[in-house]
Design a protein around this ligand. Structure first.
Ligand code: GLU
Length: 313
């Protein structure tokens, strides 16, 4: 039997909300039902928004919900050597080049591109002469990945097959930032490779990123993992769950006295386990979970859900 490994990869930005909690719970349940190994990775390279102490807070919240994982927690910032090594290989293979990008571009590159966040396409005309070598010798410079002009098919266990055109959507994207650190796209691939990840489960706003990451896997001579992208939780206004929908952080509900069982009861309703929320433990959620029952359309967080959590409806 082949070993399957997934990962939980929270960004310690202090905002684990109900939508994130639902993705983590589904990822965990899917893994635990099928005997996959679960790695924990703190994505503390993910952008300028990272708050000190937030890593411990996010782990604490996930434990409180009843989730667990196997082995040590990997903090990305502990050791940058694996990313540097990948950069050297990509540059030596002619797949990367240095570029003087703007501050805004770097900030966008540093964090995972989520729905509703505007992306700039880098014009191919700005590429340097790729017949010349561009070694990775200036880590305080941005480097871009040479994106081929081709369509990439992402074969997803939940979302099905989708076709992407990274060349047209984003162009040569940043893989190393002049802050001296890898971008989200490179870090996630290097980490998934070194953690032996075979199965990536996350929100479907990262589907276009799967195509970009597939290109990086290929350039590094590796095989991409199995993908499983789930619909996001959105607000009643149709937009991705965020601050504008009020304070939907798990931490805030916990501080208001909402139990983990009640919260999981709502997530169970959002995951096709029950038709109306009812309190349950993470273990009960896991035992009842079926991927083919998860709704394929975005889940709407309604004011009635908030009232149910607080026990006022
Ligand atoms: N830390 C990333 C995020 O919160 C995870 C992205 C991924 O799973 O690849 O968006």
């Amino acid at each position: 039997m082949t070993v399957r490994i997934t990962r939980l990869a929270p960004s310690p930005t202090g905002a684990l909300h109900l939508g994130n909690a639902r993705t983590f719970l589904v990822n965990w349940a899917l893994a635990r039902r099928q005997g996959w190994t679960i790695r924990m990775r703190i994505e503390d390279l993910d952008g300028p928004r990272v708050r000190p102490d937030a890593a411990e807070d996010v782990l604490d919240i996930l434990r409180w919900l009843g989730l667990d994982w196997d082995g040590d927690v990997l903090h990305q910032t502990t050791d940058l050597a694996p990313y540097v090594e990948a950069m050297r290989r990509l540059a030596a293979a002619g797949c990367a080049y240095p570029c003087a990008a703007t501050r805004r571009e770097i900030e966008q590159a540093a964090s995972a591109p989520h729905a509703g966040e505007h992306e700039l396409r880098y014009p191919p005309a700005l590429r340097p002469d790729l017949d010349r070598p561009h070694p990775f010798d200036a880590p305080d410079t941005n480097y871009r990945f040479v994106v081929p002009d081709e369509s990439i098919v992402v074969d997803d266990a939940f979302a099905g097959r989708t076709t992407h055109r990274p060349y047209d959507e984003i162009g040569d994207f940043v893989i190393w930032t002049k802050r001296g650190a890898p971008s989200y796209q490179l870090a996630v691939v290097v980490d998934d490779l070194r953690q032996g990840v075979t199965d990536v489960v996350r929100g479907d706003d990262l589907l276009p990123s799967a195509a970009r990451q597939a290109l990086l896997y290929r350039a590094l001579g590796a095989v991409e993992p199995r993908w499983c992208h789930l619909p996001l939780v959105i607000g009643e206004d149709g937009r991705r769950l965020a601050k504008r929908h009020g304070d939907t952080r798990v931490e805030t509900y916990r501080a208001s006295g909402v139990s983990a069982d009640r919260l999981i009861g709502l997530l169970a309703c959002w995951s096709g386990i029950v038709s109306a929320p009812e309190p349950m433990t993470a273990t009960t959620f896991r035992d009842a979970f079926r991927l083919d029952r998860v709704p394929t359309t975005p889940i709407i967080y309604r004011s009635t859900d908030h009232a149910w959590l607080l026990g006022t409806s």
